[in-house]
Design a protein around this ligand. Structure first.
Ligand code: HGY
Ligand code: MN
Ligand code: MN
Length: 419
């Protein structure tokens, strides 16, 4: 029962499993994972599937200018303009990612809306399942939720490029959308009652503790940027080793120093280079340019800035050692975000009502929730990741945990929509 005495329905675990398995087919890779980067063919296919599912279920779906999808269930007992409860996540993936990151929270939110509609539950607020565009940042980390929380100007949008160097505005046009509409996505604080996101933990804390549900207390802050080393392009056969100014040697040396840079800041700080760009890219050419794409995180903003400085200082040193020029470009700093205490309580209560053991924990991964938290009270529900694996085809969450997480999501949404 909710506090207003309404029986809490449960999700259809079989239908949610069917959806998750089906959606994993869009962008499925030979390794058993998923490559469904935003605005790709696989993304287009999953969007078409979602439109069809909503038509079948009689649910209204709209897509905003940047590609965020909103699936709406009206409330029987709400005045016009009542702010909706949002539940959601994302359907894009990293390259060679897993089947659950984002898909779980998106499809569970769809299932919640379907179940509330089927049971014709008397709601006091509309409920919207939200699927955010480009969470994984092919064009901009947390693109869709940033567009909702801050909005983008036409100039900002025009500058955004994808991993392959293509322009976001071209990608939006390729989807059949008007890029001008992507400047009109911002939502005002107060226009959303609350937001809840179900997600896999992507780490091993819940598994180690034997807890089925994680109540997320805060989301890590993160920095993004790149360092370019410029040396001298030369012949690989005729340039003696001591005479070289090899840009890639500088990049390699910097990578070796990243663990120490992180350690110098805190025990939990992390720094990663997942993309390395080398020019001109010939096996028999000493590289003249190397670009190191960086992702660095900590739970404290000051320490993120310290970590950035530690990395840049290491890069300066490396450049000196190897006779290179070096430049750093910051792309983004996202503040760590504490999640709303009352939302944590609601999630914990919903889990306890279902006999689940819970654990409070911070998220080391970024989520759209950190943007939506600027607009509305926001909570997150984690379910365990087997062996802590994520951003990999090895990503796995048991069907029991999927069902439990979706039912906690449903109960939390219902409590919010009936209060
Ligand atoms: O990068 C992240 O933490 C998230 O998975 N997008
Ligand atoms: Mn991810
Ligand atoms: Mn995710």
């Amino acid at each position: 029962m909710t506090s207003s005495g309404i029986p809490v329905p449960t999700v259809s675990a079989a239908r949610l499993r069917r959806d998750l398995e089906h959606v994993a087919g869009y962008g499925a890779t030979a390794s058993g994972g998923v490559s469904r980067t935003s605005f790709s063919e696989a993304d287009r296919q999953v969007r078409a599937w979602l439109v069809n599912e909503c038509e079948q279920a009689g649910l209204a779906l709209r897509t905003d200018g940047i590609g965020n999808v909103f699936i709406r269930l009206e409330a029987r007992d709400a005045a016009a303009g009542t702010p909706p409860v949002w539940a959601g996540s994302h359907l894009d993936s990293v390259p060679e990612g897993g089947r659950f990151d984002g898909a779980l929270g998106s499809l569970a939110a769809l299932e919640v809306v379907r179940r509330l509609a089927e049971e014709d539950v008397p709601l006091r607020r509309p409920v919207e399942a939200v699927v955010f565009a480009d969470e994984e940042g092919s064009y901009h980390h947390l693109l869709g939720s940033t567009a909702v929380a801050h909005g983008f100007t036409a100039d900002e949008l025009a500058r955004l490029r994808g991993r392959d160097g293509d322009l976001l505005v071209d990608a939006l046009e390729g989807m059949g959308w008007d890029p001008a509409a992507a400047t009109r996505t911002a939502v005002r604080p107060g226009d959303v009652h609350a937001y809840v996101e179900l997600h896999i933990e992507q780490g091993s804390v819940l598994e180690s503790a034997g807890a089925g549900i994680g109540v997320v207390t805060a989301i890590v802050g993160m920095g993004g940027g790149h360092i370019e080393f410029r040396g001298r392009q030369d012949h690989a056969g005729t340039t003696p080793m001591p005479r070289r100014r090899d840009a890639l040697r500088g990049a390699g040396d910097l990578l070796v120093r990243l663990p120490e840079a992180a350690r110098s800041v805190s025990e939990t700080a992390v720094a990663t280079c997942g993309i390395l760009h080398v020019e001109p890219g010939g096996a028999n050419v000493v590289p003249g340019l190397a670009r190191v794409q960086l992702d660095f995180r900590d739970s404290d903003r000051t320490r993120i800035l310290q970590l950035e400085e530690a990395i840049v200082s290491a890069a300066r040193d490396v450049a000196d050692c190897h006779g290179l020029e070096m430049s750093y470009t910051r792309e983004s700093i996202t503040d760590p975000v504490p999640l709303n205490p009352r939302m944590q309580e609601l999630v914990a209560t919903a889990a306890a009502d279902q006999g689940m053991k819970t654990l409070n924990l911070p998220s080391g991964a970024g989520h759209d929730a950190q943007n939506v938290a600027r607009l509305a009270p926001t909570g997150m529900i984690f379910v365990p990741s087997v062996d802590g694996r994520s951003h990999s085809p090895a990503e796995l969450t048991t069907w029991e945990d999927v069902e439990a997480g979706a039912n906690v999501l449903l109960a939390t949404v219902l409590a919010l929509a009936t209060e």
